[in-house]
Design a protein around this ligand. Structure first.
Ligand SMILES: [Zn+2]
Length: 205
């Protein structure tokens, strides 16, 4: 049998009476999600040993070498789950360290930043420019607490896209609104923020 593409393989396998769940993921779908991934991510070592990962907090997950569902859908502490924060934030507003503290308030989805540090690099944030709010990814910070951000372009209310040419600018600390969850794709090209986050950001103008 000739299998010139993944799609043909998927169709052929789907015709078999298999109990294995098959998914065909188009290249476009992968590309649409790629743009949402922060550029700088920590490596999780020993992934070959990991059998279960779970999460209920943006940018944070737990893993363990053995699976357990004894308290599902709630998580349990069996087999010592390890916690990973994918996008390490600075010290949170209440002074707690970022270790094991959700980076973003799950309710608010938006967190103010009290300290400009290197750890912001790669995080999604919102900046103010010309009385407008733009989401973007922190590229760098400097000794003057300025933040270099690659921003999305905006089309209408709460609709964003990556411009053809990178839009990277330094922002003053007072134009840096805080950290946000990554925008989610609404179409192949456009993304949006959770409505409550968008409204909250607007109230900071
Ligand atoms: Zn358990």
């Amino acid at each position: 049998m000739d299998l010139p593409s993944a799609e043909v393989l998927f169709d052929a396998l789907s015709e078999q009476q298999t109990k294995i769940k098959l998914f065909y993921i188009k290249e476009d779908d992968i590309a649409a999600n790629d743009v949402l991934i922060p550029q700088k991510l920590d490596t999780v070592h020993g992934t070959m040993k990991i059998h279960q990962i779970f999460t209920n907090t943006p940018a944070q997950f737990k893993w363990r070498i053995l699976s357990c569902f004894c308290s599902a859908p709630d998580e349990c502490k069996c087999y010592g789950p390890q916690s990973v924060t994918m996008c390490k934030g600075p010290t949170t507003a209440n002074g707690a360290s970022n270790i094991d503290v959700p980076l973003m308030d799950a309710q608010a989805g938006f967190s103010r930043v009290t300290e400009i540090t290197d750890q912001l690099k790669g995080c999604w944030c919102a900046v103010k420019y010309d009385r407008e709010v733009y989401p973007g990814i922190v590229q760098d910070v400097n000794a003057e607490n300025c933040i270099l951000v690659k921003t999305l372009s905006r089309v209408g209310q709460n609709r964003f896209f990556w411009p053809m040419r990178d839009d990277i600018l330094w922002y003053q600390p007072h134009d840096f609104l805080g950290l946000i969850p990554p925008p989610q794709p609404v179409t192949k090209r456009h993304m949006m923020l959770p409505v409550d986050v968008w409204e909250k950001l607007f109230s900071h103008l």
